[in-house]
Design a protein around this ligand. Structure first.
Ligand code: BDR
Ligand code: CA
Length: 321
């Protein structure tokens, strides 16, 4: 039986590859894609998500969600600064290099759809947030009973080692730390965090991107070009690496085969909310040995990933269509 998945995204090139994998894998039943602000403003991330499903010629519903972090109305400069969009545009280019979307998002708001879908389910849905967790936090606040309906949440976010948007914070958590704090403290029975430590260890190389393009499928061509463009842009900006992470795609591979994640620790996990502080949006785990560190909430946290397996999974799934 394919696993039922809800993907909450902020595309974003790596989000786009995650959508492709979830949509194309026969072992995933992708119920829909909810979209949030994040890599770009919502007016860009929604059409970007539609570009991906149109490119695949699939009929996957896309829902428009939260345009701003929970507290941006009182703290706009810290929670939703303009410079972040300029920075990401510099790194990623102005669009996804996919043709403009012709389809439309669903009428229903993403948060209403998340609640309705989870409440109507048999408790067998895997929730995969790969952007800021604003939609998920709003849904939990509106209908706390959805928490018991989530079979598992596997999310891309956080960092144990260095952050990427501040010395110690990862972008998704940093962009809406209040939302992440609400979600991680809600009591979801099984939570797996896929932090930067894991996604960076599963980087993809230029020749592997070319191999995806050479598959000759829409999935392979689309994902290979998206990943290749990101590596090329990194080179233009001075990076010596001929490789790059596709963060969000690793979450989908973990849904399909948890063994793609390595050095997985069961640990307390929380988020620091400290507007203006250097540690704002930092994820805190407790990797000290011994069973005295028993604080809650807890999660499985992966410190690395099996790079070869990840690339193999990408190739197998994207070869399908
Ligand atoms: C995360 O932030 C976004 O830029 C990416 O899409 C990914 O979800 C990496 O920190
Ligand atoms: Ca993302």
């Amino acid at each position: 039986m394919p696993r039922k998945v809800i993907l909450d995204v902020d595309p974003g090139r790596d989000d786009a590859v995650a959508i492709m994998l979830a949509a194309l894998s026969p072992d995933i039943d992708l119920l829909g894609v909810s979209v949030t602000h994040g890599n770009r403003p919502l007016d860009v991330t929604v059409p970007n998500a539609l570009r991906v499903v149109d490119w695949l010629q699939l009929d996957i519903p896309v829902y428009r969600g939260a345009a701003d972090p929970l507290l941006s109305f009182i703290d706009h400069e810290r929670r939703d600064p303009e410079w972040i969009y300029d920075l990401i545009e510099t790194i990623e280019g102005s669009d996804l290099d996919l043709p403009a979307a012709t389809s439309q998002p669903q009428e229903q708001h993403a948060v209403g759809w998340l609640i309705e879908t989870l409440m109507a389910s048999a408790g067998d849905i895997v929730l995969c947030p790969v952007g800021p967790m604003t939609n998920i936090a709003l849904a939990i606040r509106m209908e706390p009973r959805i928490v018991g309906k989530i079979e598992e949440m596997i999310f891309m976010g956080g960092a144990i080692g260095p952050g990427n948007i501040s010395p110690c914070a990862e972008f998704n958590v940093w962009k809406d730390p209040e939302a992440a704090r609400i979600v991680l403290n809600a009591g979801i029975k099984k939570v797996t965090m896929v932090p930067l430590d894991a996604t960076h260890s599963a980087h993809i190389k230029r020749d592997e991107c070319q191999a995806l393009i050479d598959l000759g499928t829409r999935g392979g061509e689309g994902a290979g070009k998206l990943a290749m463009r990101r590596i090329a842009r990194g080179t233009e900006l001075g990076s010596k690496l001929q490789a790059g992470p596709i963060h969000d795609a690793l979450v989908i591979c973990a849904v399909l085969d948890p063994s793609v994640l390595q050095q997985v620790h069961h640990t307390p996990l929380d988020v620091i909310v400290n507007p203006g502080g250097k540690d704002d949006g930092q994820t805190v785990v407790d990797l000290r040995p011994g069973d005295w560190a028993k604080a809650t909430p807890t999660a499985q946290v992966a410190l690395s990933a099996d790079r070869e397996k990840f690339v193999r999974m990408l190739t197998e799934i994207l070869a399908l269509a």
